[in-house]
Structure formats: C-alpha cells, structure tokens
Design a protein around this ligand. Structure first.
Ligand code: FAD
Length: 511
C-alpha cells in the first residue's frame, strides 16, 4: 500500500452513475498529472508522490472490479477497462498498477477465493487503499512457469506451508496481499503437475513474504519489482478453489488478464495520437507544418489505426470477460489481444518519439518514457513470440481437426475471423502443413492475429464507430498481412554461425 494513512476522504464511488464516477476520476487525473508532468524529477522517482497517489485512490478506483455484494461497483468489464483507459491516458505505470490489482488479484480472488475471507479483504481495498498482486515467475522459471519449484505441503490441521523464491512481481514489497502460485509436494519430495494459488496476507507475520532484493527497473519507475523469498504458513481457507484443475484456474485468470490488456493500452494509444497530431500541426519546417510531409501523414494514420484496433479489442473484451465466464479455453483471442496490443503500445511510443525529433528524446517527452514503460508488456504474461507461436499452433490444431489445410478457407468460416478473411484472400490463400519451424509459426501467428483483429474492427464499424478510421485501419492491417506473408514465403532458415568470432574482423582483412 503506497500511502501510509488510511483514506478518510473517500469520494462516493457507489451511489453514482458510471459517467459521474469516471468523469470525476478523469478530472482529478488531469489536474494531478498536469502538476506531476511539469516536474521532471518525478519521472525517475521510484513511486508516485504520496499525496498525489492518495488523491487518486480517494476515488476508490479499484471498486470497479469488486463485486457489488462486497461493496464494489460490480466487476463490470466495461467499467474496469474504462478505468484502465482513463489512467493510461496519463500514465502507463498508473494503469499497470490498476491492471495488476484488477486482473491479477481482485478478479481471480473474487472468483476462486473463500467466501469467508472476501468481505474483509475487499472492504480493505475499498476503505484502506489496500492492494494486491500475483506471484508466478521464479528466477529459473519464467516463460516455462509451469515448471516452477515453489512448493506447498499441507499440515494435519489443514493449514499450508509454502516455500520458494519468486521474482519480478509488480508491487514487490508494496502489496498488502498476494496470490502465490505453488505446486504440491508429496512426502517423497516430488512436485505435482498441477499449480495451485494461495492468497497471502502480508501484514500477518507468519504470512509475510521477505523482499530480499529490489530491482533497478529501467522504466515503470513508480512500480517496485524485486526478489521475494517465500517461507510462510497459512490456513486452509486461503487456498483458492479451482472449479476443475489449478492449471485451468490459472489459464482462466491469465486469459482474462490478457484480454483486458487493451484497456491499459488504449488511453496511451489515444494520447500518442493527440500529442503527435498537436506537435505535427504546430512544428514548422520550411515555412509549413510537419503535416505537409506524406510520411508524417502516414505515421499519423498508423497512430490512429493503433487507437482503432485498441477500441475494437476493448469493445469485444467488454462483452465476454466478466468473472462469470470461463476463459480457460479462450487462448486464441487472449494471445492475439495481449501480443498485438503490447506491440501497438511500443510502436505508438516509437512513432511519437520519432515525430517529435530531438525533443522526443527528452525525458519529459511522453514518447521517450513510453518506449521503456511499454516495452515489458511484450515480455510479461507470456513473451510475445511464445504467444504468437501458441496462437498459430492452436489455429493449426483446429484446421487439421477439421481437415481444412487452407488458411483462407478456414478463416472465412471461423467465427473469430469470418467478416475479414475475404479482404486478405490474396495473401492467406495457402495450404499449411504440419511440422513448420517456429520462425514460420510466429509469422503465421502474427498474420492470423491481424485477420482476427480486422474482424473485430469491422464489428466495431458495424456498431457505428467512425467509418473513416475503420477504413484506414483495415488498409493498415492489409499492408501488415501482405508484409508478414511475404516474409513467410521468402523466409530463410539461417542458423546462428557458431564460429562468429573467427575471421569476422573487417580491419584484420585490410591488405
Ligand atoms: C516489468 C515486468 C513486470 C513483471 N510482472 C510480473 C508479475 O507481476 N508477476 C510475475 O509473476 N511475473 C512478472 N514478470 C515476469 C515475467 O512474466 C517474466 O519475465 C516472463 O515470463 C519471461 O520470463 P523470463 O524473464 O524468465 O525470461 P525467459 O523465460 O528466460 O525468456 C527469455 C526470452 O526468451 C524468449 N522465449 C522464451 N520462451 C520462448 C518460446 N517458447 N518461444 C520463443 N521465444 C521464447 C522470449 O523472447 C523471452 O523474453 C514481470 C516481468 C517484467 C519485466
């Protein structure tokens, strides 16, 4: 918990319409960040100023994710993503703090936690600005998280002992509660294949997780990361209860989180578009604004399309990511949304910085900070190359099961891509076979993701979204798919040269 004192000035978050709730919240953020952004030294501080953070939390923003029976606003995905959007317009670290709390603690705990604990824990979120996070990653087990070594045993009285080392947890040393992932250890010492989640209360001495190192993360400055030594004991009621297996519970949780990533991206995507448009209008070069250049207009279209894609994902995710839904099998969309939206954040940051020229390289420029702040979104919750590989594998599995090797035919009939496949026929009308190398699977995954997103953008257009923006966005996606499939067709299978240290110094070769 960042502020040291409990909030006494909590704003009424419950008995107001969502428009009023989010409108007031946005006004506060605009005011606070105008002041924050004016002081450059803030950008490298390891937390938001206490007073500022307390003022933000006085709006009880996390109430959006808490079910109404525990005093929250009802855990409506639309409200959750709108909140993330409002925060990300001003700050990627702030939206990630909310994203961690919402998707990695509150939602899974609300769904799988014990009824005996929820009223008290959620009340602390609502009245004392408490926060929570998720511990999965270990020093030796990151992308292969299911091989984690953190182990638990159960005592005769039903209580659990958990031991292990975790690292890179967002809100390390700051969160009041953690969901800790661990594998069951048998009497022989062997670890079970399933993974369980336990809710820990850091304020209790026997459940306190020791921070043995704080990392010097380069970007996301206000969020503490580090190494956590776990050696704790907790009662039976603090194990989350899966509906079937623990791995399915974990997948449901991670997929819901990945599907809500667009909320954390869309505010930033809009801000990058706003900042770039303003700058390019005002910056005079050769007696005219930067907008005179064709390439600048092309860059602005790219920023605009990134915002349109984010909008289509938020629109879709709002409809099916409530905690009542089981998302354990929603891997195709979850991987698509998370991987593409994190690429979009990075691309928008790069374009914004480039458009602002030398000014863009100042630390006070949003683009320069956003490059570092958004970069790990491509790494955490599944590195993107791994997610694109899995996406291609899941789609190919469906294709081979249906005995349909043609990508265009398959995507024309699949409910996730049917509106869009025709637009990409020229590039995706190919037959696929088993046993493709991973580099080709990644390209295929990227291509499939773009077609799925085009389907979502078309759906958004049918609902009344700006037709010009939809049309621009589809053109961009068509260009992306053409480029990807061209690389797929041409792609070489070069392998790293093991002897790259030998005969590879150009100046030794001078006569
Ligand atoms: C800023 C930040 C926030 C984080 N927040 C959390 C958190 O809140 N909770 C938590 O538990 N963890 C968190 N993590 C940890 C994060 O999830 C891991 O760093 C991530 O899973 C990668 O694991 P690793 O670092 O061990 O990299 P490795 O597993 O060593 O992978 C290194 C790289 O290899 C490549 N790679 C790996 N596997 C594959 C594959 N199958 N196919 C192709 N390429 C592959 C990828 O490029 C990857 O980035 C966070 C990390 C960062 C940087």
């Amino acid at each position: 918990m960042q502020p040291t004192t409990a909030s006494t000035e909590t704003i009424d978050y419950k008995n107001v319409s969502f428009d009023k709730f989010i409108g007031d919240f946005k006004d506060t953020l605009s005011e606070l960040f105008a002041e924050y952004d004016a002081k450059e030294h803030h950008f490298t501080e390891r937390k938001f100023p206490d007073k500022m953070f307390k003022s933000i939390m006085d709006h009880v923003p996390l109430s959006v994710a808490i079910p109404s029976q525990y005093g929250g606003r009802g855990a409506n995905p639309n409200e959750c993503m709108s909140l993330l959007q409002a925060a990300s317009y001003h700050s990627i670290p702030l939206t990630l703090i909310f994203g961690i709390n919402i998707a990695l603690f509150i939602e899974p705990f609300a769904k799988y936690g014990s009824e005996t604990l929820k009223p008290e824990i959620f009340n602390k979120f609502l009245t004392q600005q408490h926060m929570g996070g998720l511990m999965i990653t270990e020093p030796a087990h990151g992308s292969d998280a299911l091989n984690m070594k953190t182990a638990y045993t159960q005592n005769e009285d039903g209580s659990y002992k958990i031991k292990g080392t975790k690292h890179w947890q967002g809100l390390t040393g700051l969160a009041d509660y953690w969901l800790v992932a661990a594998r069951k250890q048998s009497a022989s010492g062997a670890l079970g294949r399933d993974v369980d989640l336990f809710m820990t209360i850091d304020g209790l001495p026997e459940q306190h997780i020791e921070v043995t190192e704080l990392y010097n993360n380069n970007g996301l400055y206000p969020i503490p990361y580090g190494k956590n030594e776990i050696d704790i004991q907790l009662p039976e009621s603090q194990r989350l209860i899966p509906e079937t297996t623990g791995i399915k519970m974990l997948m449901d949780t991670l997929h819901r989180s990945r599907l809500q990533f667009p909320g954390m991206a869309i505010g930033f995507a809009k801000r990058a578009l706003d900042e770039a448009t303003k700058y390019c209008n005002e910056r005079m070069v050769r007696g005219n604004s930067l907008l005179q250049f064709d390439q600048i207009q092309n860059d602005l279209v790219r920023l605009e399309s990134n915002f349109t894609i984010c909008s289509s994902m938020c629109y879709r995710s709002s409809a099916f990511t409530s905690i009542e839904e089981d998302l354990a099998l929603a891997g195709i969309e979850a991987n698509t949304f998370k991987a593409v939206v994190s690429d979009i954040m990075q691309e928008s940051a790069q374009i914004l910085m480039q458009l602002q020229g030398g000014k863009g390289y100042l630390i006070k420029s949003l683009g320069s900070r956003a490059i570092l702040d958004s970069r790990p979104f491509q790494i955490f919750e599944g590195p993107n190359d791994m997610l694109f590989t899995q996406l291609a594998e899941m789609m190919l599995k469906k294709m081979f099961k249906m005995k349909e090797p043609n990508l265009y035919e398959f995507m024309s009939n699949d409910s996730l891509s049917s509106y869009a496949a025709e637009l990409f026929k020229e590039n995706i009308n190919i037959s696929l076979e088993k046993g493709l190398p991973q580099r080709k699977l990644v390209l295929l995954g990227r291509t499939m993701a773009k077609v799925i997103l085009a389907h979502n953008v078309i759906t958004l257009g049918h609902s009344g979204f700006n037709a010009g923006m939809v049309s621009n966005c589809i053109d961009q996606l068509k260009t992306d798919v053409a480029n990807l499939m061209n690389t797929y067709q041409v792609g070489t299978m070069s392998m790293p040269t093991e002897t790259y240290q030998e005969s590879s110094s150009w100046n030794d070769l001078l006569a």
